[in-house]
Design a protein around this ligand. Structure first.
Ligand SMILES: Nc1nc2c(c(=O)[nH]1)N[C@H]1C(S)=C(S)[C@@H](COP(=O)(O)OP(=O)(O)OC[C@H]3O[C@@H](n4cnc5c(=O)[nH]c(N)nc54)[C@H](O)[C@@H]3O)O[C@H]1N2
Ligand SMILES: Nc1nc2c(c(=O)[nH]1)N[C@H]1C(S)=C(S)[C@@H](COP(=O)(O)OP(=O)(O)OC[C@H]3O[C@@H](n4cnc5c(=O)[nH]c(N)nc54)[C@H](O)[C@@H]3O)O[C@H]1N2
Ligand code: SF4
Ligand SMILES: [Mo]
Length: 726
């Protein structure tokens, strides 16, 4: 007997609806795109198609592991939690505790609902995550401009007539900070309706190949290019504001230093292209500028993210259909109006500023290795593999050896978790419910979909229960965390004028909540209180409506809502936040720099997902191989063939060359997430590759956000067998 079930793909930001067929044992016999999903309409990629294989991967841990010396043994859940408790009891000072949250924690319900209370219970400010190896510059820029770090406008892909895209390759990544299932199809539709797509990238990517125009840019120089465009808008009187803003004069002043001919020398983008892009953006009736990881993980990441939205504001495209817009997520809660700040505290060793309550992962090794009060001795990792994903991961690998105690919540024994004393594996993917709390806030259409667990837990704790249990151990309050959160939230809502439940009795509201687990009841509460919710007076959304609509609910195209979302102290868009204007000095100081002879950048492959999906046969091999892309001119100039040695200030790797004229001369590209060593993932071990983060430098960061710099790393390349001084 087979059954057909529907669920959201939890693997990337595109949130595609999938249709699975399962046999009587719960084995996945087929995966298709769900053609009835109103948002993804049947789209699927090779990773989604492998969901069953990933779910049933025999290398996934089915029970907790406890390490004794260099041997592992399976333990019962009670024994494993007791070991964690004993480890934590040895910590005298909570400043010695650190936590690292990896990328999948932005996708799981457990991460969304339990990470914050867990961090609070741990009582430490040593909070690290993949965000500072990724999008922190965008949060900081948005926080300073719009008042909240999650108030990030997304390109209105389906209605725009002109899209300028920098440092993103959605044909392989399927999109990021812009949730758009079938991103490729949406770009093709843009061109079909007569729109124009311009892609700025040091590589002619698959996205660039689909575009009307591809502009090569020198790695790490997007902020210059964007400033050149801003400069032109002012110089040619092309600014057309649609909102009252603060700081227009300061932006005009700052942009004076970046005329197109000066930025052309620095970026490699001809001055006439810079001016033309400005004119095109200004002339397009509806245009959007969108920039992603290529521009974030760079020396001037925050300035670039800021300038993207400066351009959207100056061209009148902020908050209008076809421009960039603010999604309205079904679980959105009205936030407090408190000015956004960065640097409320600083890291102990390097004095780096906090952003969003986090410290840069680029300084995690410093905090573990440097003696003194507050030296990190206890680490909890959740859904992260920083040994492969953090800058100079090789140093972290050594640093983890020195920890007194480490706990990992992860389905695999891998490069990072092998250092743990206890590994707590979450259940299989199909045993978890799924709701995209974070990603629906970045979606190009308002949308909601809930996927209940498809398979029973068979006595294992859900990941939500694991994290709640850890929070209980850390706080010493092992009560019902969900009940506490629910009562607190309902109490606040009942006290808030206009919340829809003002003045109502908390116990009565609580009794109305639906759901089989604490996580589901919290979801139900958030949906009901949310902007489409049954309790808001503006809709009928609840867990029940989502259960009744297993293909998901379309909540309509994005609507203008700037006034509703702005949380700056002034109540206006802050076009020139002082913290960013200050950083322009750093940018100016480097305007005349000569580029390094060769710089390294990253890239993503369609069938990868950072470090953890190389353990499924259909996803590895062929085009998904760890190679160094290099221009044939550089191959010839450097006398290379086959393999070469790539060296940076931090390390060296030997890697197979992939000569291609799709990359700029003087630039080489290595995908990250490879370099599998010491992992119990058997398929991945056979496709080990090398780690790009053996070369990246943890001392190089984007100043305002503390974000790691992965693009534009100076390297030298030599033939194998040749010994060079460095
Ligand atoms: N050089 C270079 N480095 C980079 C990047 C780059 O472009 N270049 N990109 C950066 C970016 S954008 C990111 S997001 C980071 C990612 O950095 P990380 O999040 O640290 O790394 P991942 O490889 O995503 O590791 C995810 C981990 O979560 C585990 N996992 C998978 N599913 C689950 C689950 O449901 N629950 C739990 N608890 N664990 C799970 C996997 O086994 C794996 O150990 O890497 C960054 N590093
Ligand atoms: N298949 C697949 N999908 C993924 C992931 C994956 O590993 N594999 N990871 C997921 C994650 S965690 C994230 S954050 C997203 C990221 O999603 P994207 O931001 O779309 O990431 P990439 O595909 O790496 O595209 C970044 C592009 O930036 C270019 N680039 C490098 N340096 C520069 C520069 O200095 N300037 C400019 N303008 N461009 C530059 C690179 O050549 C590359 O083409 O993808 C997600 N989706
Ligand atoms: S694009 Fe992303 S969400 Fe869609 S099927 Fe592929 S991995 Fe899953
Ligand atoms: Mo990411």
């Amino acid at each position: 007997m087979t059954s057909t079930v529907h669920r959201t793909c939890p693997l990337c930001e595109a949130v595609c609806g999938l249709t699975l067929t399962l046999d009587a044992t719960g084995h996945v016999t087929g995966v298709r795109g769900d053609k009835d999903d109103p948002f993804s309409k049947g789209f699927i990629c090779p990773k989604g198609a492998s969901l069953g294989r990933l779910d049933e991967d025999p290398d996934r841990l089915s029970a907790p592991l406890i390490r004794e010396g260099d041997r592992w043994r399976e333990a019962s859940w009670e024994e494993a939690f007791a070991a964690v408790r004993a480890g934590l009891e040895r910590v005298a000072d909570r400043r010695e505790v650190a936590v690292y949250l990896g990328n999948p924690s932005a996708h799981t319900m457990a991460g969304a609902l339990y990470a914050t209370p867990l961090i609070k219970s741990l009582g430490t400010r040593n909070v690290f995550s993949a965000s500072t190896a990724d999008q922190m510059p965008k949060h900081v820029a948005a926080g300073l401009m719009f008042g909240h770090p999650m108030t990030i406008p997304v390109p209105d892909l389906d209605r725009t007539g002109y899209l300028l895209m920098l440092g993103a390759n959605p044909l392989e990544s399927n999109g990021s900070l812009c949730t758009a299932p079938d991103f490729p199809g949406r770009l093709k539709a843009l061109r079909r309706r007569g729109g124009r797509l311009v892609v700025v990238d040091p590589r002619r990517t698959r996205t660039a190949a689909l575009a009307d125009e591809h502009v090569f840019v020198r790695p790490g120089t997007d902020a210059y290019l964007l400033f050149g465009i801003v400069h032109t808008l002012f110089a040619e009187d092309l600014v057309s504001l649609r909102h009252e803003v603060n700081g227009l004069a300061e932006v005009r002043e700052a942009a004076k230093h970046f005329p197109p001919d000066a930025v052309a020398r620095r970026t490699g983008v001809p001055a006439e292209v810079v001016t033309r892009l400005a004119r095109e953006l200004a002339a397009a009736p509806r245009a959007a500028v969108y920039a992603r990881i290529g521009t974030c993980t760079a020396e001037f990441g925050t300035l670039a993210q800021w300038l993207v939205d400066v351009l959207n504001v100056l061209t009148g495209n902020l908050d209008r259909p076809g421009g960039v817009m603010f999604p309205k997520a079904a679980t959105e809660s009205p936030g407090r109006r408190r000015p956004y700040q960065v640097g409320r505290w600083r890291s102990r060793v390097r004095g780096l500023p906090e952003a969003n309550g986090e410290l840069p992962v680029a300084t995690l090794a410093d905090e573990i290795e440097t003696p003194g009060e507050g030296q990190v001795r206890f680490l909890l990792t959740i859904a992260g593999n920083p040994v492969l994903s953090a800058p100079n991961g090789a140093r972290l690998d050594r640093a983890f050896e020195r920890l007194d105690f480490m706990v990992s919540v992860d389905p695999y024994l891998n490069e990072t978790t092998r250092h743990a004393n206890v590994i707590l594996p979450p259940p299989r993917i199909l045993q978890a419910g799924h709701y995209d709390f974070a990603l629906t806030g970045f979606a190009v259409r308002n949308y909601a979909r809930y996927s209940p667990p498809l398979l029973p837990l068979d006595g294992r704790p859900s990941e939500a229960e694991i994290l709640a249990r850890l929070a209980g151990i850390a706080s010493g309050l092992e009560g019902d965390l969900d009940a506490y959160v629910i009562d607190e939230t309902l109490r606040k809502a009942a006290e808030t004028p206009g919340s829809g439940v003002e003045g109502r009795d908390v116990a009565e509201l609580r009794a109305l909540l639906d759901g089989d687990t604490g996580a589901e009841r919290r979801l139900d509460m958030m949906l009901r209180l949310g902007p489409y919710g049954e309790w808001s007076g503006k809709g009928d959304l609840s867990l029940r409506t989502l259960r009744d609509n297993p293909h998901g609910l379309d909540l309509g195209p994005l609507q203008p809502r700037l006034e509703e979302v702005l949380r700056t102290a002034s109540g206006l868009v802050e076009l020139a936040p002082p913290r960013l204007v200050e950083d322009v000095e750093r940018l100016r100081a480097r305007l005349a720099d000569e580029p390094a002879e060769i710089v390294l950048i990253g890239r993503r492959h369609l069938r990868s997902n950072n470090s953890w999906m190389h353990n499924v046969e259909p996803l590895v091999g062929g085009s998904n191989t760890c190679t160094l892309q290099i221009h044939p001119e550089d191959v010839a100039r450097l006398g290379l063939a086959g393999e070469a040695v790539v060296r940076s200030a931090k390390g060296a790797v030997t890697v197979a060359l992939e000569p291609t004229d799709t990359i700029m001369p003087g630039v080489v590209s290595l995908p990250h997430g490879w370099g599998h060593a010491g992992s119990a993932q058997r398929v991945a071990a056979g496709h080990a590759g090398v780690s790009a983060n053996a070369l990246t430098d943890e001392t190089a960061i984007d100043a305002p956000s503390g974000n790691a710099v992965f693009n534009g790393v100076p390297v030298t390349i030599s033939p194998t067998g040749v010994i060079t001084a460095h």
